[in-house]
Design a protein. Structure first.
Length: 194
C-alpha cells in the first residue's frame, strides 16, 4: 500500500488525507508522481486499490502511523476509481470530508442520495475532459440536475486534452481542496467564537 508523506512533515500537525482509489484496469498508478502534480506539502496520501474495504484498511493504516485530521479525509479517484470515490463518500458521508473524481462518472442509477443530509454538507469535485463531457452530455446533464435538485455541492471542471491526470487538473484539485479546507476551518472558528 503506497503512502505519500509530504515534504517537511510535522508530526504535531493534523494533515488532510487523500485516499486515492485507483482504477484496476488503468495500468500502473504512481502515487508520488501524481502527488507532485497536486502538492508536495499539503497532504498525506495513500493508494487504495479496490472498494470500500480497501479504503477503510488504508485509512486505518495511515492513521496508525501519521498525524491525520479526522474530519479531513478526502476520497479521490481516477476513472472507475473516481466513480468509486463518489459511491463510497455518498454511502458514508459522516466519514469523509468530500470526494474528487477525475474522469469517473457519478453513479446515477444507484440511489446515492439515500443519506441526503450528510451528502448535502459534503463538497464534491468532478473533473473531466471536454471531449468526455460532450460524449456523455446526457449523463452530465442528469448529474448536474440531480445535485441541484438535492441541494448538494458539486463543482465541475473541464479540460482540453485527453488525460484525466493532467497538470491543470491536478493543480485544480489542490486549489479546490485547499479552498474547501480553509473555508471549513474558518466556519468552525466562527461557530466556536459565536
Amino acid at each position: 500500500m503506497p503512502v505519500f508523506i509530504p515534504q517537511a512533515y510535522e508530526a504535531g500537525y493534523d494533515y488532510p488525507l487523500l485516499v486515492w482509489i485507483t482504477d484496476p484496469l488503468a495500468g500502473s498508478f504512481d502515487l508520488g508522481r501524481v502527488m507532485a502534480g497536486v502538492s508536495l506539502r499539503n497532504f498525506v496520501a495513500v493508494q487504495a486499490a479496490g472498494g470500500a474495504t480497501a479504503v477503510w484498511r488504508a485509512v486505518d493504516r495511515v492513521r496508525d502511523r501519521l498525524s491525520i485530521h479526522p474530519r479531513r479525509i478526502w476520497l479521490v479517484g481516477q476513472s472507475t476509481g473516481g466513480t468509486e470515490a463518489f459511491r463510497i463518500a455518498c454511502r458514508h458521508p459522516e466519514s469523509f470530508a468530500g470526494a474528487v473524481s477525475l474522469g469517473g462518472a457519478f453513479p446515477l442509477e444507484e440511489s446515492m442520495f439515500a443519506r441526503i443530509r450528510g451528502v448535502r454538507r459534503m463538497p464534491m469535485l468532478y473533473c473531466c475532459t471536454a471531449a468526455a463531457a460532450a460524449s456523455s452530455a446526457s449523463h452530465t446533464d442528469r448529474m448536474l440536475r440531480l445535485f441541484h435538485a438535492a441541494g448538494a455541492m458539486l463543482a465541475m471542471r473541464m479540460y482540453q486534452g485527453s488525460g484525466d491526470l493532467s497538470k491543470a487538473a491536478l493543480g485544480d484539485v489542490n486549489r479546490w481542496l485547499m479552498d474547501e479546507i480553509c473555508s471549513s476551518a474558518s466556519t468552525s472558528r466562527t461557530a466556536v467564537a459565536g
